[in-house]
Design a protein around this ligand. Structure first.
Ligand code: 3H9
Length: 716
């Protein structure tokens, strides 16, 4: 069955792309061959004067090239050939007899956008579902079907570089403003308007090749070679600074764009094809493609084994605790149109919480992501209270009160006295085992953990924690609700620290132990930034709060003994009254507004080695911290905290910022080989007894030569 159907109406061919049996349209080899047949047929049919490319899928236009086929490339030359074939097809689309109009509704990504750029005219629907992007760098690749050449020509160099180097989504309105789209219409008239424009193009009423708009942003700077050189230099510097050289596709994409400006058009396309081939074979690309598959697979996992019951509809949310976390959860829920009843014990706390909700929502208004009306509607969804009025019809309650078991038990009992029968109680705790919270419930099977990360509106991960008693319906409801809030959700089994904090603990402890031994704060942070983390561990301690880190550390030490004992430095610095950023005093200096400055040298006086500091190599710091985390992640698989290695890697990347180009801690094991990880851990354990004893599972994997993920084919 062909992916394309043709309907010809008065000289205009409407070509509908609807890949049978697939949720999205993608360009595989077979689909491309199909398209070539359609294209040739229309080129030959002289009665056809214009064509429209439209999607038959409800919410995607075209998701790009078929990523599954990238796994079958046998060499860089193979991938380069694929790119060159893409070029030939796009060239025919651009210069053939028939002018094409892209009628774009839904996601138009990668090769989908590249095909649209080769069309003579692009119309976007004004739906929020319509987004355009070249996300190839997020897969460690560069656009390979002409994107690095046609996009700058269409929207100018600066807008194009911004899109190509970030892979970010551009909404319809922005597409129109930048010249990426020629016209924006309501989805209901997209097809009709596209047909009209195709007819006008065919009749010469609209020029097929229109120049880049001279009024576009940055056009003046880009109009001469010196200005362009400035733009390229700045982009290169910025890219190196942000990526620390870990993402080769970024520089390759810049080189491909530059080749099109510095040489002939043919040289530009040839450079793109060559670099696409090279990037398809980098280790980084393999890890990023793994993350794509892992996140996609997670979207379908409802967190229970076997048949999943349907999630309960959450028509209203109750939140207890109007602090920073509660306010964040209230704001993201309101963004999704969920009414929120927001309770604390005193009016000033409620007022402060509502103010925090307002700030988060207002930020979106400032960024023009919502209209004034939408902002007001969302704000109106959150109502504050100091009593339990309005909780009688709440199907889901999220408790985000102070991290103290007695307080949590007290509010749980109070709330359950008014909640409807069967209501779900989710506790947003980062440290207290869920079964302990649930022990005070009238029905522990309705209690689940929902560990959000701070700030809630920015952090992509939600860790749902289940106890042996949590009912499947409760699990799927928590997962579905988290996903509705736009979160990537992993489901883990209940244990101290759950998963994310459990693997963070040895990492932070090791940073503290290095400080105990006399390492310098900036050396530790710099080493881990260079490893690829977004912030250094000592900065992270200040951010999290030393009191919170101390509390979480002692819970984990109590559960797991010396292996997870916090450093002496943490205890002493905390005892000296330093709380980190929130107290404007920690390992770093903070100004009155809380802005971070350099290292606070006076903190060394309250560490075991005092002001005598020693040089520790970046390699040693990286090895100790990363392997402490990797080893603990393996233990979480071994102990069944994790339901799948996939969740461990996603949790580390999305929850802690584990470097995506490394794929995650368990991917590190597969990359190095379990035997090599065991060897390195043993060497560390010899020097630092007790902290690096390899997980039993690692030893087993080392002797059997097994890996967490399949060695060939789809990684998940
Ligand atoms: C490219 O275009 C290179 C070119 O420049 C040059 C070539 C020479 N390929 O995410 P969902 C599958 S690189 C293969 O759950 P949603 C996905 O795996 C490509 N499969 O839906 C899943 O499969 P399954 C650049 C793909 O509605 C199913 O479709 N493009 C592809 O939440 C449903 O996906 C991208 O990077 C693909 N390209 O989100 C776009 N896309 O059912 C990547 C989707 O077996 N895709 N699948 O688990 C996305 O961002 C999202 O999937 C999308 C839909 C927004 C499209």
């Amino acid at each position: 069955m062909s992916a394309f159907s043709i309907a010809i109406d008065n000289g205009v061919a409407v070509v509908t792309f609807d890949l049978p049996g697939e949720p999205v349209n993608k360009f595989s080899k077979v689909v491309v061959a199909d398209f070539v047949t359609v294209f040739d047929q229309l080129e030959r049919d002289t009665a056809v004067t214009g064509a429209v490319l439209i999607s038959g899928k409800p919410d995607t236009f075209i998701a790009g090239a078929d990523i599954d086929e990238f796994l079958q490339f046998t060499s860089p030359a193979d991938a380069t050939r694929e790119s060159a074939e893409g070029h030939r097809l796009m060239d025919r689309l651009e210069h053939g007899r028939v002018p094409w109009v892209a009628a774009i509704h839904g996601a138009c990504l990668g090769g989908g956008l590249e095909a649209s750029l080769a069309c003579a005219y692009r119309i976007v629907s004004d739906s929020p579902r319509t987004v355009l992007a070249l996300p190839e760098v997020q897969l460690g690749l560069i656009p390979g079907a002409g994107g690095t050449q046609r996009l700058p020509r269409t929207v100018g160099l600066q807008v194009a570089l911004d899109m190509i180097l970030t892979g970010k989504n551009v909404r319809a309105k922005k597409a129109l403003q930048t010249g990426l789209a020629d016209e924006m219409v309501h989805p209901s008239i997209l097809r009709d308007v596209a047909m009209r424009r195709a007819r006008e193009l065919g009749a010469g009423k609209i020029a097929r090749h229109r120049p880049h708009r001279a009024d576009a942003k940055g056009a003046l700077l880009e109009s001469n070679p010196v200005g362009r050189a400035v733009v390229f230099r700045q982009a290169r510097e910025m890219t190196m600074k942000k990526s620390r050289g870990h993402y080769p596709a970024l520089l390759a994409a810049l080189d491909a764009v530059a080749a099109g400006f510095h040489g002939t058009s043919a040289e530009g396309f040839a450079t793109e094809a060559r670099l696409f081939g090279e990037m398809a074979f980098t280790a980084v690309s393999r890890q990023l493609i793994f993350l794509f598959y892992a996140t996609t697979a997670l979207k379908k996992d409802l967190g229970v084994s076997g048949a999943a019951p349907p999630p309960l509809p959450v028509s209203k949310l109750g939140i207890l605790g109007t602090g920073f976390m509660g306010a964040g959860i209230a704001a993201v829920s309101a963004m999704q149109g969920v009414p929120v009843r927001f309770k604390d014990t005193a009016l000033p706390a409620v007022a402060k919480g509502l103010g925090a909700v307002r700030e988060v929502l207002k930020d979106r208004l400032h960024k023009k992501q919502v209209t004034k009306q939408q902002f007001e509607d969302q704000l109106a969804l959150v109502s504050g209270t100091v009593t339990y009025t309005g909780f009688g019809n709440v199907p889901l309650l999220i408790e985000a009160v102070f991290e103290d078991l007695a307080v949590k038990h007290a509010v749980l009992r109070e709330a359950e006295a008014v909640l409807p029968a069967g209501a779900i109680v989710a506790t947003n705790t980062s440290t207290i085992p869920i079964r302990q919270v649930a022990s005070a419930s009238r029905d522990p099977s309705r209690v689940v953990g929902m560990h959000f990360f701070s700030p809630v509106h920015k952090m992509p991960l939600l860790e749902v924690i289940v106890t042996p008693r949590t009912a499947p319906e409760v699990v799927v409801t928590a997962v579905a609700f988290g996903r509705r809030l736009g979160k990537t959700v992993i489901v883990v089994n209940d244990a101290p620290g759950f998963y994310v904090n459990r693997i963070l603990a040895p990492y932070l402890n090791e940073a503290g132990t290095l400080l105990d031994e006399g390492a310098r704060i900036e050396a530790i942070d710099q080493a881990m930034l260079d490893y690829g983390f977004p912030v250094g561990p000592v900065t992270l301690l200040d951010e999290v709060g030393l009191d919170i880190a101390g509390k979480s550390g002692s819970i984990l030490a109590a559960a797991f003994g010396d292996r997870l004992r916090p450093s002496a430095t943490l205890g002493q610095v905390l005892a000296a009254g330093r709380l980190g950023r929130k107290g404007k005093q920690g390992f770093y200096l903070y100004d009155e507004m809380g802005k971070k400055g350099g290292v606070d040298e006076s903190v060394y006086a309250v560490t075991p080695t005092g002001t005598r500091r020693t040089d520790v190599s970046a390699a040693e710091i990286q090895e100790r911290l990363s392997l402490a985390m990797v080893n603990e992640a393996v233990r979480c698989v071994e102990e069944g905290i994790l339901r799948a290695p996939r969740d461990g890697d996603i949790g580390a990347v999305f929850g802690i910022g584990f470097p995506p180009f490394r794929g995650g801690p368990l991917r590190v094991v597969d990359t190095l080989g379990a035997a090599e990880v065991v060897r390195r851990l043993e060497a560390l354990n010899a020097k630092h007894p007790g902290r690096f004893e390899p997980a039993t599972m690692l030893r087993t994997m080392a002797s059997s030569g097994t890996t967490f993920y399949p060695k060939t084919g789809k990684p998940v």
